[in-house]
Design a protein around this ligand. Structure first.
Ligand SMILES: NC(=O)c1ccc[n+]([C@@H]2O[C@H](COP(=O)([O-])OP(=O)(O)OC[C@H]3O[C@@H](n4cnc5c(N)ncnc54)[C@H](OP(=O)(O)O)[C@@H]3O)[C@@H](O)[C@H]2O)c1
Length: 223
C-alpha cells in the first residue's frame, strides 16, 4: 500500500487556528488536492477533523470519482448528522472504531449506510490517544478491501501516529504565506513528539512547487 499524507499549514506550522478555522489553502491548491483525491482509493481522517471541520471529503473541484472515506474514531463519537455519514449512501464510508464504541451507536452509524470496522486498540506511541485504533490492523484491512493508494488528510494526532509507526510513504505539505499564531492551534504533527531533534523522523525533499498564490507545495519522503 502507498500512504500519502497531505496537509496545508501556515508558515508557523499551524493546520488550524486555535478557534478551529482550517481554511488555509488557496483555490488553486484545493484543485490540486481534489485531483489527488481522485487518484486514490481512500481518504483517511481522524475524528477530531470531522468534529472540527465537518468535511465532505469528496472530489468536487476536479474530474473523477470520489474515493472511499475512512474515519478513525475509536469511541464512535462521529455525529450522525455529519456530512460524511449523511452522504454515505452515495460515497463509500467506513468508520473504524474499537471495543470502546457503544454497540447502540455502532448500530446507528450503520443505519446511515456506513460500514463500521471494529479494530483492536493500539496507541501508535501517542499518550493523548492511549486506546486509539490500531492503525497497522486498520490499514491491512483496507488493503484487503483493495485499497492500495490511501491519502491521509490529518489531523495532527493521526499524522503523528502514522509517521511514528513508519507507515508513511510520502508527505506533501502546502505552506501558505500566513502566520496564525496561537499556542493551542493544531500543528501539522501533534502527538508526544521526540525529545531530541536527532531522534526525529528524517525526510528527503523530493519536489518544490512555487504557486502564484505565494504558496509552496513541498513533497517529502521519509528516509
Ligand atoms: N489544514 C489541514 O490540512 C488540516 C487537515 C486536517 C485537519 N485539520 C485540522 O486539524 C484539527 C484536528 O486535528 P487533531 O490533531 O486535533 O485530530 P485528528 O488527528 O483529526 O483526530 C485525532 C483523534 O483520532 C482518534 N484516533 C483514534 N485512533 C488514533 C490513533 N491511533 N492515532 C491518532 N488518533 C487516533 C482519537 O480520538 P478518539 O480517542 O476519540 O478515537 C484522536 O484524538 C482540526 O482543527 C482540523 O481543522 C487541518
Amino acid at each position: 500500500m502507498k500512504l500519502i499524507i497531505n496537509g496545508a499549514m501556515t508558515v508557523d506550522g499551524k493546520i488550524a487556528t486555535a478557534a478551529g478555522d482550517s481554511k488555509i489553502s488557496s483555490k488553486e491548491d484545493l484543485i490540486r488536492v481534489h485531483k489527488l483525491r481522485a487518484s486514490v482509493d481512500a481518504i483517511v481522517v481522524g475524528i477530531s477533523t470531522i468534529m472540527g471541520d465537518d468535511p465532505r471529503l469528496t472530489v468536487r473541484l476536479a474530474k473523477g470519482k470520489s474515493p472511499a472515506r475512512i474515519v478513525v474514531d475509536s469511541k464512535g463519537r462521529i455525529p450522525l448528522e455529519s456530512q460524511v455519514l449523511s452522504t454515505a449512501r452515495s460515497v463509500r464510508t467506513i468508520v473504524a472504531v474499537t471495543s470502546q464504541a457503544p454497540e447502540e451507536k455502532i448500530a446507528k452509524i450503520r443505519e446511515t449506510g456506513t460500514e463500521v470496522l471494529v479494530v483492536k486498540e493500539g496507541s501508535g506511541y501517542n499518550v493523548a490517544v492511549p486506546h486509539g485504533v490500531d492503525l497497522k490492523q486498520l490499514f491491512l484491512s483496507l488493503e484487503s478491501m483493495g485499497m492500495n493508494k490511501v491519502l491521509v488528510e490529518g489531523g495532527g494526532e493521526l499524522n503523528w501516529s502514522l509517521l511514528r509507526l513508519g507507515m508513511v510513504d510520502e508527505l506533501t505539505v502546502t505552506i501558505a504565506p500566513k502566520i496564525a499564531g496561537g499556542r493551542l492551534a493544531t500543528t501539522l504533527v501533534e502527538g508526544d513528539g521526540f525529545d531530541q531533534i536527532s531522534d526525529g523522523i528524517k525526510l528527503r525533499l523530493e519536489r518544490v512547487v512555487r504557486k502564484k498564490s505565494g504558496e509552496l507545495v513541498l513533497r517529502y519522503r521519509p528516509t
